[in-house]
Design a protein around this ligand. Structure first.
Ligand SMILES: *Cc1c(COP(=O)(O)O)cnc(C)c1O
Length: 391
């Protein structure tokens, strides 16, 4: 079965009515026949059929057993961290999503959970940094925003050997390109806000577990803590997933063309895209994923926040906004935006330079996107000349 067919038919027809679109059960509670005698649903924080359908779909797409849908990607991450207890440690990828860093540092450290960061692109670093206290290895691959790729299979082996869990944030790749559970991970999380939703119209998060027992633990945490996804937003994610395969293919094609354009541009210092042969982790990206995704980052020769600001305010089709993975192209300046909660030295050490710009390459015609970038480079160059002239 091809991926697109599997994906489209993972979305069930409603058994009650034959509705081809998943029904939205907008209810808080369910009438019981007698106390404790019900149709499998008692209260909508615990269970909702629309949310349940999304959870089954994502579990199938990620080749796991249990899916759990949350009110945001961060709520999904939060639920995974709640598997741990005081004294436990997390070993995390150094180029981590800013919000995950903030959650780990400003919320969980005070509860006695310590996080160590390593460059996970070299599995040996992970091997050397694991301690008996490490209970969770946290990967993002590709990372945000420098698109570093880590070897999931190799790191899963290290996790197994040390009796700790491996969780992969699969937001950038999506299950259309990469399935970490098949490579040995125990958990996958998603910000479904991005490619799964795909239309920049909701905030949602997902967890998928390989084993049923671990899934039941996350479900318990969710019911106890309460960060569920609403029925309508569950439906929106399902609707997004219907076209995931097609969208991701086009995101990949467009991003590859944009990355190749940037690679030879005179104003550019570095381009980060796993689909470029010059990318440090190109081989492992090729081995473990079916494509290289829609995110491209680059730094300017003029490596200043001022130049980056001038660039990100000069484009027309690339809209300046946080987030990614939608139909419309976006760009952002991580040092100022998504990564401003990370201290400057730490941010630069993880490769997020002052002028680094991240593109979320959308589904427009790629010639128009390239022309948009080119006119922004021309503007940047002429501003530089004006400035030199005035001085
Ligand atoms: C956006 C994002 C998150 C957080 O998800 P929200 O839905 O915004 O809470 C986590 N990880 C990655 C890689 C992201 O891009």
């Amino acid at each position: 079965m091809s991926n697109a067919t599997e994906l489209i038919h993972s979305i069930p027809v409603d058994p009650l009515t034959g509705a081809i679109s998943v029904p939205i059960y907008q209810t808080s509670t369910y009438v019981q026949d007698a106390p404790g005698v019900n149709k499998g649903y008692d209260y909508a924080r615990s269970n909702n059929p629309t949310r349940g359908t999304l959870e089954d779909i994502i579990a199938k797409l990620e080749k796991g057993t249990v899916g759990i849908a949350f009110g945001s990607g961060l709520a999904a991450i939060d639920a995974v961290v709640k598997l741990l207890k005081a004294g436990d440690e997390i070993l995390a990828v150094d180029d981590i999503y800013g919000g995950a860093f903030r959650l780990f540092t400003h919320i969980y450290e005070k509860f006695g959970i310590k996080v160590n960061y390593v460059d996970t692109t070299n599995a040996e670093n992970v091997f050397n940094a694991v301690t008996p206290k490490t209970k969770l290895i946290w990967l993002e691959t590709p990372t945000n925003p420098t698109l570093k790729v880590s070897d999931i299979e190799a790191i899963a082996k290290i996790a197994k050997a040390n009796a700790c869990l491996l969780c992969v944030d699969n937001t950038f790749a999506s299950p259309a390109l990469q399935q970490p559970l098949s490579l040995g991970a125990d958990l996958v999380i998603h910000s479904a806000t991005k490619y799964l939703g795909g239309h920049s119209d909701l905030i949602a998060g997902l967890v998928v577990t390989k084993e049923k027992e671990l899934g039941e633990k996350i479900k318990f945490i969710q019911n106890a803590s309460g960060a569920i996804l609403a029925p309508f937003d569950s439906w929106l994610v399902i609707r997004g997933i219907e076209t995931l395969h097609l969208r991701v293919q086009q995101h990949c094609r467009n991003a590859q063309a944009v990355a190749e354009f940037l690679e030879i541009h005179p104003a550019i210092d570095k381009v980060y895209y796993p689909g470029l042969k010059t990318h440090l982790n190109h081989d492992i990206a090729k081995k473990q994923s079916k494509g290289f995704g829609g995110i491209v980052s680059f730094t300017l020769k003029n490596d200043t926040q001022e130049a980056a600001t001038a660039f990100v305010t000069s484009t027309n089709y690339f809209k300046l906004a946080e987030s990614l993975g939608g139909v419309k192209s976006l760009l952002c300046h991580p040092a100022h935006m998504t990564h401003k909660s990370i201290p400057a030295e730490k941010r630069r050490a993880a490769g997020v330079a002052d002028s680094l710009i991240r593109l979320s390459v959308g589904l427009e015609d790629v010639e128009d996107l390239i022309a948009d970038l080119e006119q922004a480079f021309v503007k940047l160059e002429s501003e530089k000349k004006n400035y030199a002239f005035q001085n």
